[in-house]
Ligand binder design. Structure first.
Ligand SMILES: Nc1ncnc2c1ncn2[C@@H]1O[C@H](COP(=O)(O)OP(=O)(O)OP(=O)(O)O)[C@@H](O)[C@H]1O
Ligand SMILES: [Mg+2]
Length: 323
């Protein structure tokens, strides 16, 4: 078997707080192939962003990687010297944040900050750099890019600012882009536009994507494969169409039933009863058990991961599988 582009094994990220240790990411494993789009979905607070930050070494105290490995083409990034990691971040793996202001500096023109980002990894002559900036801005749909390079971030709309952040992430032709809900703050129509464009850009350039969203509908239009997160764990993963048609984990089914597009017309949308557990004091066993309609005594024990073909799930009583 060929080595995947990215392989995450048993990753745990904890935050030491006054109340105790928050286990934000708790033994997460997944892989991403070259050019593949993986959708990471889960409710607010399930650990999606912390997973993304952990992959590229952006966890600061009181947070720490408590265990696991993150291999880029077989090379572990956890514990790598900061300089070596900086050489990878932004170049081979880049990230688009939910809020473009995490990328964009308000006091620099777009052109100046893009030139800085370019110089971090590459020496190009002035005219070569200018051509590259114009090229990547036009690829993300910024009209009149040569002139717009002289503008400041506040002179762009929210959608255009996010396009610029995406352009910066694509500047060095990365092998993997981690996109953390980059369209959530935008109008639905702009969201759909950016999703479609981002997907075709990734396909054209062979860039792999980890697309993070709390919205299963967004993920399903985007991803080849889906990983569903709950309380710091991946509870189900598999090819998008299979997971949507035939979810194994009751939490995945709950998410599907709360989607307008998949609920039967004329029936009420169902929300999952109860609330997400505190990551400070996770009960032993399956973290979804307190909200699960199918929970039984056995669920007080941690469910092992079951892998069947391309699919995997953590549930003692999976749906649709032979009992
Ligand atoms: N610096 C921090 N200190 C303490 N706890 C933190 C810190 N950063 C994140 N957490 C906790 O880690 C958990 C996971 O957070 P994370 O931001 O990854 O969730 P998320 O799935 O991205 O949610 P959302 O959909 O709201 O963005 C949350 O319970 C959060 O409170
Ligand atoms: Mg988040």
């Amino acid at each position: 078997m060929t080595t995947p582009l990215l392989e995450v094994i048993d990753l745990s990220t904890h935050f030491a707080t006054r109340e105790g240790v928050v286990k934000a990411v708790n033994g997460v494993s997944f892989s991403v192939g070259r050019g593949e789009i993986l959708g990471l979905v889960g409710e607010s607070g399930s650990g999606k962003s912390v997973t993304g930050f952990s992959l590229i070494g952006l966890i600061d105290p009181p947070g720490r990687i408590a265990g696991g490995t993150v291999k880029l083409e077989g090379r572990d990034l956890i514990g790598m010297a900061p300089a070596a990691l900086r050489a990878i971040r932004g170049k081979r793996i880049s990230m688009v944040f939910q809020d473009p202001s995490m990328t964009l500096n308000p006091v620099l023109t777009v052109g100046d900050q893009m030139r800085l980002a370019l110089r971090a990894h590459q020496r190009l002559s002035g005219p070569e750099a200018q051509r590259r900036l114009i090229d990547v801005l036009s690829r993300v749909g910024i009209p009149d890019p040569a002139r717009r390079l002289e503008a400041y971030p506040h002179q762009f709309s929210g959608g255009m600012r996010q396009r610029i952040a995406i352009a910066i992430a694509l500047l060095h032709g990365p092998e993997l882009v981690i996109a953390d809900e980059p369209t959530t703050a935008l109008d639905v129509s702009i969201q759909a536009q950016i999703l479609t464009e981002m997907k075709s850009l990734a396909r054209e350039t062979g860039t792999a994507l980890i697309w993070i969203s709390h919205d299963l509908a967004t993920i399903s239009s985007m991803a080849d494969r889906i990983a569903v997160m709950y309380a710091g764990r991946i509870v189900e993963s598999g090819p998008t169409a299979q997971v949507l048609r035939d979810p194994r984990h009751p939490y995945t089914r709950g998410l599907l039933e709360s989607l307008p597009a998949t609920a039967t017309a004329g029936t009420e949308l169902r929300s999952i009863p109860g609330t997400t557990p505190s990551l400070l004091r996770l009960p032993p066993g399956c973290p979804f058990a307190p909200r699960c309609p199918g929970a039984q005594a056995l669920c007080a024990a941690e469910p092992p991961e079951t892998a069947v073909g391309a699919r995997a799930y953590r549930c003692h009583f999976p749906l649709g599988a032979a009992a």
